[in-house]
Design a protein around this ligand. Structure first.
Ligand code: GLN
Length: 310
C-alpha cells in the first residue's frame, strides 16, 4: 500500500469534524478525566516510512486508558505464552459495555470473555511478570518506551490515583475473579497496577507511533528490530477488530474497517498493515464511551483514502 495522507488533508478533516465536540460528554466516573476540555482535539498519522503528520493540538497529552489493554496483552503474551493467557481469558466479543459484570457469571469457570473488556484486562495485568505493581507498570512503560522510541513517557499520578480511589466496579470484577481463581494475589495491588497502566500519558504522535509498530508487524520503525513477535502483534490487532471499540466494534468494522482501540480519555489508536499508525483524540464521548470526533475522523479518513481492510 503506497497511500499517504498530507498535513493539509488532516487539517481539513479535523476542521470539518470539530463541531461534533458538542455532541459528546466527557466521562465523570473517573473524576480527573471530567476536567478534560472537549474542544482539545488532535489527529496524527505515523506512516511506515517514518513520515509523521498531525493536526490540531499536537502538544496536548492524554492518558491511554483502555488503549493500554492492547499493550498489556502484548506483554502478557510475551511473558506467559498464548496457551497460558488464553486458558484464563477468552477470545470472544461480548456485545456488552466494557465494564459489564454480567457475562462473568455465565462463563464456566468464570473466565472473562476477552482481554479488551475490563474483567479480561484485569486478568491480563495480573499475569504480567513483576512482583510489585510498580515493577509490572515499569515493564509496561519499557515496552511503551521501545515502541515510541521515547524514554520520557510516564503515567499521570493524578489520573491514576483518581481512578484507584473510585474503582468500585473494577474492584468488584476483581474480587469475583479471585473467588473463581481467575486471578491471584492482592486485589488492591492489581488495581494499583491497572490504574497506573491506564494512566500512561502520551501525545498524539507518540500514540500514532505505537499504532505504527503494530502495523509494522511488531517491528521498530527505524531499526526493524522485532519489539513484539509478529504472531502476537497479529493477535492484538485481531482483538482490536473484534473487541477494540467496546460494544460498537461491529458497526465500527463496517463504517471504518481499521483495527483500532479506544479509551475513555477520548483517544483511539488504529493500526493498518502496510500503511501505518493512526491516532485521534477528542475527550467528548458517545454513549458507548468512544470519542465522537475520533470516530468521525476515522470514518472520514477511511472513506477518503479507501483504507478499510475488508
Ligand atoms: N481505566 C478505565 C476503566 O477501567 C478504562 C476504561 C476504558 O477506557 N474504556 O474504567
Amino acid at each position: 500500500m503506497n497511500k499517504k495522507v498530507s498535513e493539509e488533508q488532516l487539517q481539513e478533516w479535523l476542521k470539518q469534524t470539530e463541531p461534533l465536540t458538542s455532541l459528546g460528554r466527557v466521562p465523570d466516573y473517573i473524576p480527573a478525566l471530567a476536567k478534560q476540555d472537549p474542544e482539545n482535539i488532535a489527529v496524527g498519522i505515523f506512516h511506515l516510512d517514518g513520515d509523521c503528520v498531525g493536526a490540531g493540538n499536537l502538544e496536548t497529552t492524554f492518558t491511554l486508558q483502555s488503549i493500554s489493554k492492547v499493550l498489556a496483552l502484548a506483554l502478557a503474551l510475551m511473558d506467559q505464552g498464548e496457551d497460558y493467557v488464553f486458558s484464563r481469558v477468552g477470545m470472544e466479543p461480548t456485545g456488552d459495555p466494557f465494564n459489564s459484570i454480567a457475562k462473568l457469571e455465565e462463563e464456566d469457570p468464570s473466565k472473562p470473555l476477552n482481554p479488551m473488556i475490563n474483567a479480561g484486562a484485569l486478568a491480563i495485568t495480573n499475569m504480567i511478570h513483576g512482583i510489585t505493581p510498580d515493577e509490572k507498570v515499569g515493564r509496561l512503560l519499557s515496552l511503551v518506551h521501545e515502541m515510541t522510541n521515547d524514554n520520557t513517557i510516564r503515567y499521570d499520578e493524578e489520573v491514576a490515583s483518581s481512578e484507584f480511589e473510585t474503582s468500585y466496579l473494577n474492584r468488584s470484577l476483581s474480587f469475583f475473579m479471585k473467588q473463581h481463581h481467575v486471578i491471584d494475589g492482592s486485589v488492591e495491588e492489581l488495581l494499583d497496577a491497572y490504574t497506573k497502566q491506564c494512566a500512561i500519558c502520551v501525545n498524539i504522535k507518540q500514540l500514532a507511533r505505537i499504532g505504527a509498530v503494530f502495523a509494522n508487524l511488531g517491528k521498530d520503525l527505524e531499526t526493524g528490530r522485532q519489539i513484539i513477535p509478529k504472531h502476537l502483534a497479529r493477535i492484538c490487532k485481531t482483538f482490536m477488530v473484534t473487541c477494540g471499540m467496546y460494544d460498537a466494534s461491529g458497526s465500527f468494522a463496517i463504517r471504518v474497517g481499521i483495527p483500532a482501540k479506544s479509551g475513555v480519555s477520548g483517544a483511539i489508536v488504529g493500526a493498518l498493515n502496510g500503511f501505518g499508525g493512526i491516532a485521534v483524540f477528542g475527550p467528548a464521548l458517545d454513549e458507548k464511551g468512544n470519542s465522537v470526533v475520533g470516530m468521525q475522523l476515522l470514518e472520514t479518513l477511511s472513506s477518503r483514502m479507501d483504507l478499510s481492510i475488508f
